[in-house]
Design a protein around this ligand. Structure first.
Ligand code: 2M8
Length: 409
């Protein structure tokens, strides 16, 4: 433990607390984001388990009738954020976006119950909603067991190079002028470019115009890409949900079916040409050919054995701080630009967890120490330059503070 950083991390969680939910960082992201919040719960659990449960409960208050848990809940309207609720036109009980985000909630609920059994009654209340959310993925986002997204924002890896080819096939008709707010908070070279932003907004427009009709989008959207972030986090979370079901004497047959489907589906993400997991564009049936930090979530999902180990060692050697969000050997690698190169501490926590469970304790420890050193030296940035650890994006960031408290310190 590093007392100053510990204190700072707790202060960041307190500062970003809006009463029952946490914003990722003031200014840039003034709402509740799905997976950010679940990481925040892990951080709160270090000193306030009651607050940890509340964070997840608030997130599930935004669950839609069809089971989807939105990626953003717009609790209190802030005109400084774009695109806001009037653009998204979400149809849930709380103004929201119309897409989801990597489902890590079941994993964290299991983790919390294991360490703080006093929260068991609250955890049990979340079991049904978690089942409904997982069922939504398996109903609408399931392509032969590989889990697809209908918007890059859904994966949380907004502008990674995996989307370049599917995006090149999209003409963003009807997206004319709009005023981005993110680039007034953060330097332009650390954020997505406007070519990408036009397409983000085009996909939001298509979804909103359909009333977020998943059946319609499944047939018509030009963007339907199977992704390792979603497939691996959902597979892992479903294993955790199954453990919770057993603990509470609930039926497991449906969960077993989902696990078997996704184990088979993970193979669809394997790209023989590069010898790695990557994304698969369902519309063109083409792999991206990009190794990303999400590729290394295979261990976390419990698939692939040591198929990714040589790439992991190569990339860990290539940069001072790792795991970079794009393989530094790939031509699209940009060490400062958001999900095209920088290191993300919370992704590292998931990768290290998987490595440890797969019997690679030495690599898990090395990655944990590398991330600890990064945060200890550079603070609680949103993401970091892999070359020298320069802190990038938003500062005083919730998930970086949370994973410091829960894992890295
Ligand atoms: C980033 O995504 C949002 C859109 O959802 C944005 O760029 O405005 C991503 O890093 C995502 O993973 C994260 O959940 C979100 C809030 O931290 O920011």
């Amino acid at each position: 433990m590093t007392p100053d950083r510990d204190r700072e991390a707790r202060a960041i969680l307190a500062r970003n607390d809006r009463g029952g939910y946490t914003v990722p960082t003031a200014g840039l992201y003034p709402y509740q984001w799905n997976w950010d919040s679940v990481f925040a719960a892990l951080g709160f659990a270090e000193h306030d388990t009651d607050r940890a449960w509340t964070e997840i409960e608030t997130l599930f208050r935004g669950q839609w009738d069809n089971g989807m848990v939105p990626h953003i809940l717009f609790h209190q309207i802030d005109p400084e954020y774009f695109p806001g609720p009037n653009v998204w036109k979400g149809t849930g009980p709380i103004p929201s976006s119309g897409i989801s985000q990597p489902p890590i909630a079941a994993t964290v609920v299991r983790w919390l119950v294991g360490r703080h059994p006093g929260g068991e009654p609250r955890a049990r209340q979340l079991f049904g909603p978690l089942m409904d959310w997982h069922r939504w993925f398996m109903t609408w986002r399931n392509e032969g067991g590989a889990i697809v997204v209908t918007h890059p924002w859904e994966t949380g890896r907004d502008n990674c190079p995996d989307w370049d080819r599917p995006f090149a096939a999209i003409e963003p008709d009807g997206i004319t002028s709009y005023h981005r707010r993110d680039t007034s908070e953060v330097q332009t070279d650390e954020r997505p470019n406007s070519w990408e932003y036009d397409r983000y907004l085009y996909l939001v427009k298509l979804g909103a115009e359909s009333g977020w009709d998943e059946a319609h989008l499944k047939d018509t959207t030009p963007f339907r890409v199977a992704d390792p972030t979603m497939t691996f986090t959902l597979l892992r979370a479903t294993r955790d949900l199954r453990a919770l079901a057993e603990r509470w004497g609930q039926p497991v047959a449906e969960l077993d079916g989902w696990i078997a489907e996704m184990e088979a589906g993970a193979d669809r993400l394997w790209n023989d040409e590069i010898g790695a997991y990557d994304t698969l564009d369902i519309r063109s049936d083409a792999h991206s050919g990009v190794i990303s930090n999400a590729s290394f979530l295979a261990w976390y999902a419990g698939v692939g054995g040591d198929r990714m180990l040589a790439h992991f060692d190569r990339i860990a050697e290539a940069t001072r701080y790792y795991v970079p969000s794009t393989d530094p050997a790939h031509p699209a690698y940009e060490p400062r630009r958001y999900w095209r190169g920088p290191v993300w501490a919370m992704l590292n926590m998931l990768i290290a967890t998987g490595l440890g469970e797969a019997g690679h304790a030495d690599r898990a420890r090395a990655l944990t120490e590398n991330t600890r050193d990064l945060i200890a030296r550079k603070g609680f940035a949103e993401y970091f330059d892999p070359r020298d650890g320069a802190p990038l994006g938003g500062q005083t960031f919730t998930w970086t503070a949370a994973v410091w408290l829960a894992w890295a310190s």
